[in-house]
Each structure stands twice: as C-alpha cells, then as structure tokens.
Design a protein around this ligand. Structure first.
Ligand SMILES: Cc1cc2nc3c(=O)[nH]c(=O)nc-3n(C[C@H](O)[C@H](O)[C@H](O)COP(=O)(O)OP(=O)(O)OC[C@H]3O[C@@H](n4cnc5c(N)ncnc54)[C@H](O)[C@@H]3O)c2cc1C
Length: 476
C-alpha cells in the first residue's frame, strides 16, 4: 500500500522533489479557540498567516487544511511568479479609474520582488530567479497579437515593462523553433512551487501559527471580526471540521478552485484543470541548442495557453489548458490524468524545442485553477462578520496570493495602507451560470481556442473564432 508521503509526492514533479517527509502534520485535536482561523494551506492561506503573525505575534492563528500544505494548485503550478494580474486594465479602470488600474499593476510588479525577498529572508530554497518572461510568436497571427499587446501596455504607460523583441533578440533568451520574435517582460520570476509552499508553511510555524493537516472543513461562519470574541463569547465565528471546531472571530476562506465545495459557494468560481508534464533532466548538448540560460519563464502566442520553465535541475516543465471542464464544477484526482492532453503537451515541447526529441517524460500531473465569472480576482473582508476571502486568480496566483495575504492581514488588523485601496479589494464577481450552461460554455470555449490556434497555424492570419471566445466565457 502507498504511504501518504508517496501519495502526496505523486501529485506533481514539485511535490515529488520536496526534501524531507510529506507525512501530514497532526490534525485538529478537538475544539479550540483562535483569533483567526484560515481555511486552506495554499499560498493564500499561508501568506495571510505569515503577514498576520509578522504584524502581531500575539495573534493565535490556526490554519486548517484538508490534505497537506501545498496540496492544491500551490504545490503543482507552472512556476511563474508573475507580475500579471488576471483582470484587464480596462476592467479595473472602469470602476476605479485609470490611476488605480496602473497602481494595481505596479503593486503586482513589486509583489514579485516581495515573494523573492520573503523567500530569502525565511531561507526558503525555492530557486527564485527573476529572469523575466518571453512570449514567443511562431505564426504571423502571433506577431500581430503580441505587437498589439505591447502597444496596449504602452498605452497604459508600461512600455518599458513589455517590449517586442525581434527574432534575434528573442533568440538570445530562448531559441524556439519557428520563432518570429516575441514579447518580453522582466517582471516575472521562476520558483519551485512546492518548495515555496512547504517553506512558507515552515516559516509560519516558526511564528507560532499552527497548521492542522488532514482536517477537512465542513462548514464555517464569521463571528463579528477582531475584538468581538476576545472573551470567548458564544456568538463567535466558527469553523466546523471533521476533527473538531475552531471558534474564532475572524475566518478566512483560502480555498481557490476548491471553494466550489463550500456551502453556498458552488458557483463562485469555475474550476478548470490545467495539466503539466516534465522531461527528464536534459543534457548540456540540448541546452546549448535552446539557450534559456536566464531561466526565463516561457509561453507563446497561442489561444489555448501553454506555459513552461527550465527547472533548477535542468528539465523542461510545460503545462497547458485543453482538459475538459467537468459537469457541476466537479473536482477529482481522476481529472488530473488526461492522456490525450498530456500527449498534446508533450508534442508542443518537441515542436518548439526539437533538441528535446527522445527525452523521456518523467512526470505528468495537473490541478484546478479558479476562474471567476468576470476573470477579475478579488480580496474581500467584511469587518461586520469577520469573514475574509481571496481568490479567483485564474492562472496567475503565485504572486497575486502574496498581495492577497498582505492585504487580508491589513484588512483584518484594520490598517489603512495603500494596498487596501487597490481596485480588487472588496471586488465581488457575480456567480457563474447554473448547469448545463457552465459546462456548455467552458467546453465550447476550450474547443474554439484549439480550433482558432489550428486555423492560425495553417493560414498565418488571426482567426475570427478568437473574437468569439471572450464572449463565451467572459462578460466584462
Ligand atoms: C497546473 C497549474 C499551473 C499553474 N501555473 C501557474 C503559474 O505558472 N503562475 C501562476 O501565477 N499561477 C499558476 N497557477 C495558479 C496558482 O497555482 C494558484 O492561483 C495559487 O496556487 C492559488 O493558491 P491558493 O492558496 O489560493 O489555492 P490552493 O493552492 O489551491 O490551496 C487551497 C487549499 O485549500 C485546501 N482545501 C480545500 N477545501 C478545503 C476544506 N474543505 N477544508 C480544508 N482545506 C481545504 C486544499 O486542499 C488546498 O490545499 C497554476 C495552477 C495550476 C493548477
């Protein structure tokens, strides 16, 4: 029989390589009191605990995790610690103004550095390396759309952060077969995701936060915010788990895609599976062909997103969309294995990097991302009920969760800082449509993206299908 350590290691390349044991920490031992109860030990929950404990070491912070810290997307992702924020500048400007939209983007850039700073300060050996991100163009349609993207950023005053590179310049970063140039931003780092999550868990424990693993939360309610329950009054908020109850005036839900399992939140986000594969460590001959010496993150101009990194042990880890959305927002380990999608992702590696032909694929895995209805992440805190939430990061949560954690800590502690005035604070997306509309829309959009990519590859021209995709999934 497989041990729990083996089971958790099998969830991703990154978890597989974590040093030490992945045997779970003790579960909640029964009923306890806390000042803040956090549901979910991914980056959102752990960063929130980290900044709370940093600001007020006397706070009793309890983190409740159904599996182990880093079990979710935080232990499985594509390794981009990116300054990208999922909502567009236009969306943010619409309700908060142009200056607020730009402030949000600038704070995202700073957040990438903050992750690096905190990891270094805590001695977290997660290979943080800020080499930027190259988005390659391999069709004329990609060239057109990426140049338009560079112009769009420039129109928001961010020309320096997003530069179009001609082929020769792009090749200096990464040599991609069929490259016609690319869009480069320095505002992205690569990390080892699971080492970051596990290292962060250890860092919060050093600050006397308690993480209870294998502690599934069944239900929760807020309790009136900080100060409401210092005396342990009966109107306290509470989090009921299979192992006992945590009574706390402040409760933070940090469950991202898994939020759909929480009472009353079934349509809060759309869980979409993103799947990844990793090659075996590649030899020096392969890297001489490809370059990639700056350990940049890598993506390209296709609609059905792919994302890749060079790992610190010299593999290529590449992921992509294309897995189906499952009816009723279902989440299951079974959905992490889609042989056809794995094969397609492997084909992308050999097409873009022919020197990898013959390299073995050693790891295949996946996990759910959380997509809000308007593709606009949010961080919310209600001082009256003491309930906080952050999420809906789409596929850009590695850095955004850090900003979420800092922001939740400030909101909970009542601190009037610049970040609590950013436009995503108190942003609430409307719920997704009931089934079967979610299922139809999500799966149709995935097919349309694949079809648009195929058409652009054959014709070299931007596909009209691409214009329809946002309307199917996004209503801004
Ligand atoms: C394959 C993949 C690739 C990605 N690539 C990137 C990338 O390159 N860059 C990027 O920025 N983002 C990427 N993302 C997204 C990013 O990983 C997430 O946005 C981020 O990790 C979310 O962190 P989180 O803490 O909010 O959620 P999670 O890490 O999912 O943590 C939520 C936790 O809550 C726990 N939980 C759920 N329900 C309960 C319950 N009832 N009781 C107790 N605990 C519960 C779960 O077990 C889990 O540990 C990717 C995601 C995936 C899946």
């Amino acid at each position: 029989m497989r041990s729990l350590d083996q089971y958790y290691r099998s969830r991703s390349l990154w978890l597989d390589g974590v040093p030490g044991s992945l045997e779970p920490r003790p579960s909640l031992p029964g009923d306890i009191d806390a000042d803040v109860a956090i549901i979910g030990a991914g980056y959102t929950g752990l960063w929130t605990a980290y900044y709370l404990a940093d600001a007020d070491p006397a706070l009793r912070v309890a983190v409740l995790e159904r599996e182990i810290a880093g079990f979710g997307a935080s232990g499985r992702n594509g390794a981009f610690c990116s300054g990208a924020f999922a909502a567009t500048y236009e969306q943010m400007a619409k309700h908060a103004g142009r200056a607020a939209a730009i402030a949000m983007q600038q704070e995202m850039f700073r957040t990438v550095d903050e992750v690096g700073r905190a990891a270094a300060a805590e001695g977290i050996d997660c290979g943080f390396n800020k080499g930027g991100c190259l988005t390659a163009a391999t069709t004329p349609a990609h060239v057109a759309s990426l140049k338009a993207e560079a112009d769009w950023h420039a129109s928001w005053g961010l020309a320096e952060q997003f530069r179009w590179l001609e082929k020769e310049e792009a090749d200096e970063h990464i040599r991609v077969a069929g490259s016609l140039g690319g869009l480069y931003t320095p505002e992205c780092a690569v990390v080892n995701p699971a080492r970051l999550a596990r290292g962060l868990a250890a860092a919060v424990e050093r600050r006397d936060v308690t993480i209870y693993e294998r502690t599934p939360v069944l239900s929760f309610r807020g309790g009136g915010g900080r100060g409401a329950d210092r005396g342990g009054r009966v109107d306290s908020g509470r989090v009921d788990t299979t192992c006992g109850t945590v009574r706390a005036p402040v409760v933070v839900l940090a469950t991202e895609a898994y939020t759909v399992g929480a009472p009353g939140r079934h349509r809060a986000v759309l869980p979409m599976y993103s799947l990844m594969v990793a090659t075996e460590p590649l030899g020096e001959d392969v890297w001489t062909e490809i370059g990639w010496s700056g350990r940049e993150t890598f993506t390209d101009g296709r609609h059905l997103i792919i994302y890749a990194s060079r790992t610190s042990d010299d593999r290529i880890a590449l992921g992509g969309r294309g897995a189906p959305y499952h009816f009723g927002s279902a989440i299951s380990n079974r959905f992490e294995c889609e042989p056809k999608v794995f094969d397609a992702i492997h084909r992308v590696i050999t097409e873009l990097f022919p020197a990898t032909r013959g390299a073995r694929i050693t790891h295949r895995w996946g996990g759910p991302i959380g997509i809000p209805r308007d593709w606009y992440p949010g961080v919310t805190y209600d001082g009256a009920t003491g309930l906080g939430w952050a999420g809906g990061y789409v596929g850009d949560g590695v850095a955004t969760t850090n900003l979420a954690g800092r922001t939740l800590a400030d909101l909970i502690l009542g601190r009037d800082t610049d970040i609590v005035r950013l436009p995503w604070v108190q942003h609430r997306s409307r719920p997704w449509e009931p089934e079967p509309f979610r299922w139809l829309g999500a799966n149709l959009a995935t097919r349309m993206m694949a079809a648009a990519d195929e058409e652009e590859r054959r014709s070299g021209r931007p596909s009209k299908k691409a214009d329809v995709i946002p309307n199917l999934l996004v209503r801004r």
